[in-house]
Design a protein around this ligand. Structure first.
Ligand code: B3K
Ligand code: ZN
Length: 881
């Protein structure tokens, strides 16, 4: 395959100032006419050939300045259209006619059909499957779109921007014209045509512009769009308050579809969503679903400024819009809910997805230097680590400095396709800071590791702190220059309050008003001395997880137990507890492999009980403190020679012991949090349910019985409680009559609701035992499953491969074969979904020998199949490299 390189970027010879599209919709033969105003870039020689991108297009004809182009004037293949000798003038009009088949489009890229409707997805390179174009993000064009369709089948005809005209065409057809005044790259183009219900509302911006808001969902499900609408209005208000960003069109629309390769897409003024991230009511959605909807609605809306108004120069700059927009949606959710809980959840996600990616064969810089298939770079590294880099800027520059940098960025680059260098330059200039070394975060793959040591000298009244940074494991071929790592910290005194820092030598320290002090780690090793420290402090570092690094815990067990009780930073409290649990889980895994006894320490059980029983803390936070690291988290921390069965045994044993030791507290919590009011998806109610449900799980572990889960299932009056109780039942007692009855009742109740039935598939795909391989195989033939729908595939096969270490890594390799078999089956129809599933095997080298060999054999066998997509081939080659 062809390799695209960042250092080969070159501006296009031609620009497209205006794009007029006409669609004559037809299920199998949709005619697309594109009338482009093409302009030769200054300095480019007249007559330079113009080559436009295509992908599987069927070319019908072209006109240049109104004249039919002869055979020699243009050369057309399905994948390119070349104007051999463009007219001499600076600008000319190019009219192109293509025909596409939306029904045959199973890739869900370009124009496709979903539930009888027409829908598009263009990012990253889908627009070239609709018409020939300069399909690259630095070509900004003003779009006018005319859609003609059958009035009965497609009463709704939508595109980007504002509506300008609509009318009848006779013979049952009608048309609509849309105009988007904001120049945009082709990947933000969208069209939807079909029949849906609508929810309408409006929002008045700070400067008094009234914006119509419309969310289109399947008819009959309008009531389930109310929460999404509420989240949208809160997002619009928040972006005005926090970032000074107003919406800029007369209308903002969201369309929910059932067949979608990802979560959602930020097309200008017309976001298209996977319906799973729009539809919610208490009977069908969990608290987690509500939180995801809120975050994704916000994320796509925030792209209007960070992505659309300012877009990316090229796809290597993807993190410019994605990392920044993830940071923005994380901040939004933090403001809407509990900031500490949001931070802990985000760090757990980062560690679960980004750290393994960065430590394995698919590791790449946040701004990659090369790619073969850009769709394989919508990764945790680009999104989540990209967001961490923005957060580090915020930590280093303080809220005021960060705002000044953002304001400059919006002012300077509005309407442009920008780069990471330009983004960073705004912060450097606005705050007069040198960000040269910091910029390496975008260039170097791998997670840095910090080793931190602290020693207090009572006679000298000095605290000496050593900090060593290293890239672990070093990524082959990558440079590993020291990074600029902001470490937020505090010195916690015996009473739990932060002490004054005194005189400090050995590293630059900054502290912004009302924020934690930050030590700037820039060298491989720092020796930092705090003098005038009267009493021995406990050092609390990486407060708020101020940098995406791993770290060897520096503090003793006693000190960590102290921090878990007293650290002023809620993230660090949780982290201290988490590191104690993790140490014992790792030790227990070793014991499980040798058959030695597993025992949770008294320090640990006391620390957990203290946090669990502390009613001063918010419920959602306590729930996180009671949530043990998952099996995959433990595997990641162990790092090599992994035996997933031993991890499972160890985790169950520690969980049962902890739960027994905390049984009184847990029982009290469980009964005190009995639901009293009607379900409310807000943070308060969700926190109560989270704590009560984690207590339920632990009480079942303690009792070695699922009686309580059975009763909870019978009493559940909302999906959060129902799905949780049923999952506990199905996971702890999969062969029980109660589990079977519970699952059957769930299927009966929701058989007409695919996105709800997905939960039923996932619960069964994640039962942690070897037999689940056969269960999943059988479920692929169950009513309601379909190999054509990405959500179904992810709910069953995806959940099995990423959420069930025990079954997926079955020692005989049948789990790997199930996955590679499924991928081989999907790839021909939908390469993006196939390639994404394949990433579940990225950590195969960390397994113990037997599993490692079977995993390699399964990947190699799939790689040998004929006609693999470029997407899948790219992932397989890198995974095996
Ligand atoms: N920008 C889209 C993702 C497009 C993925 C293309 N393979 C959604 C988002 O990040 O908001
Ligand atoms: Zn995004």
């Amino acid at each position: 395959g062809q390799v695209v390189r960042l250092d080969e970027y070159r501006p296009s010879d031609y620009l497209i100032d205006a794009t007029h599209l006409t669609f004559r919709l037809d299920p199998e033969r949709t005619h697309v006419t594109a009338r482009l105003t093409v302009r030769r870039r200054e300095g480019v020689a007249a007559g330079t050939p113009l080559s436009l991108d295509g992908d599987g297009l069927s070319f019908k004809g072209a006109r240049i300045n109104g004249e039919a182009a002869g055979d020699n004037a243009v050369s057309a293949t399905p994948d390119a259209l070349t104007i051999n000798e463009p007219p001499d003038g600076e600008t000319f009009t190019l009219e192109i006619e293509t025909v596409v088949d939306p029904t045959a489009n199973t890739q869900l890229m370009g124009l496709y059909r979903t539930s009888g409707n027409y829908c598009t997805q263009c990012e990253a390179e889908g627009f070239r499957r609709i018409t020939y174009f300069l399909d690259r993000p630095d070509i900004l064009s003003v779009y006018t779109v005319r859609i003609e369709g059958d009035r009965k089948d497609t009463p709704l005809l939508l595109s980007n921007g504002n509506p300008v005209e609509q009318g009848e065409l006779g013979d049952g057809r009608h048309f609509a014209v849309w105009h988007d005044p904001h120049p945009k790259p082709s990947y933000l183009f969208a069209l939807f045509a079909g029949s849906l219900g609508v929810v309408e509302d409006s929002f008045t911006t700070a400067s008094g512009r009234k914006v119509d808001l419309r969310i289109h969902v399947e008819q009959g499900k309008e009531a389930r769009a109310a929460y999404a609408m509420d989240a949208l209005k809160r997002s619009m208000a928040w972006d005005e308050e926090r970032f000074g960003r107003e919406y800029d069109l007369d209308i903002f629309q969201i369309v929910a579809v059932s067949d979608f390769n990802m979560g959602a897409m930020e097309n200008k003024g017309l976001n298209i969503f996977n319906d799973k991230y729009v539809l919610a009511d208490p009977e069908t959605a969990t608290d987690q679903d509500y939180a995801s909807i809120e975050a994704i609605i916000a994320h796509e809306y925030f792209h209007n400024w960070t992505g659309n108004r300012i877009t990316c120069r090229d796809w290597f700059q993807l993190c410019l819009k994605e990392g920044l927009t993830v940071f923005r949606d994380q901040e939004f959710s933090a403001d809407m809910r509990s900031r500490a809980v949001k931070r802990i959840s985000d760090v757990r996600v980062l560690r679960a997805h980004q750290f393994p990616e960065d430590a394995g064969p698919l590791a790449h810089p946040v701004r990659p230097k090369t790619y073969k298939e850009i769709n394989n770079f919508y990764t945790a590294t680009v999104y989540e680590k990209g967001a961490e880099i923005v957060r580090m800027l915020r930590t280093m520059l303080g809220e005021a400095g960060f705002s000044a940098g953002m304001d400059l960025y919006f002012a300077r680059h509005d309407g442009q396709a920008a780069t990471i260098e330009q983004f960073l330059a705004c912060f450097a200039e606005a705050t007069d800071t040198d960000l040269g070394q910091f910029a390496l975060w975008y260039e170097q793959p791998g997670t840095p590791n910090l080793s931190i040591g602290a020693r207090y000298d009572a006679d000298a009244r000095m605290l000496t702190v050593t900090v060593d940074q290293a890239l672990r494991p070093p990524v082959a071929g990558a440079s590993s220059a020291p990074l600029h790592i902001p470490v937020a910290f505090g010195l916690v005194g015996p009473d739990g309050a932060d002490m004054a820092l005194g005189e400090v030598e050995g590293a630059a320290i900054t502290q912004h008003p009302g924020e934690d002090a930050v030590m700037h780690i820039t060298a491989p090793r720092h020796l930092i001395v705090f003098s005038g420290i009267e009493v021995p402090p406990v050092l609390s570092v990486l407060r708020g997880f101020s940098a995406p690094v791993t770290r060897v815990p520096h503090a003793s067990v006693a000190d960590r137990a102290f921090l878990a009780r007293h650290d002023g930073d809620p993230f660090s409290r949780w982290e201290a507890l988490n590191s104690l649990v993790m140490d014992e889980l790792k030790a227990a895994t070793g014991a499980a492999r040798t058959g030695a006894e597993i025992a949770a320490s008294a320090t640990l059980t006391e620390s957990v009980a203290a946090l669990a029983g502390d009613s001063e803390l918010d419920n959602a936070y306590r729930a996180l403190c009671l949530t043990l690291p998952g099996e995959a988290d433990i595997a990641r921390e162990i790092g090599h020679d992994i035996d997933p069965d031993a991890i499972h045994v160890a985790r169950r044993a520690i969980s049962a012991q902890l739960s027994k030791a905390c049984e009184r507290v847990l029982a009290r919590v469980y009964h005190e949090l009995q639901p009293r009011r009607a379900y409310d998806p807000g943070a308060e109610g969700a926190g109560r349910r989270a704590l009560r449900n984690v207590a339920l799980t632990l009480l079942c572990h303690a009792a070695g019985s699922t009686d309580l889960a059975e009763r909870a299932l019978a009493a559940a009056d909302n999906m959060t409680d129902r799905a949780h109780a049923l999952t506990v039942l199905a996971h702890l007692a999969p062969d029980s009559e109660a589990a079977r009855r519970g699952l059957d009742a769930f299927r009966t109740a929701f058989r007409a609701e695919p996105i709800v039935l997905d939960k039923w598939f996932t619960m069964q795909a994640t039962v942690p035992r070897h037999e689940t391989v056969e269960t999943v195989q059988a479920l692929t033939r169950a009513p309601g499953f379909s190999w054509d729908n990405p959500n179904r595939i992810r709910a069953l096969v995806g959940a099995f491969a990423t959420g069930n270490p025990v079954a997926f890594n079955r020692p005989d390799g049948k789990g790997y074969e199930l996955l590679t078999g499924a991928i081989g089956r999907i790839d021909g129809a939908n390469p993006q979904v196939a390639a994404r599933l394949m990433t579940a095997m990225r950590s195969w080298r960390n397994l113990e020998r037997g599993r490692r060999q079977r995993a390699e054999a399964a990947i190699t066998a799939l790689g040998r199949k004929a006609h693999l997509s470029r997407d899948l081939k790219d992932i397989i080659e890198r995974t095996l490299a």
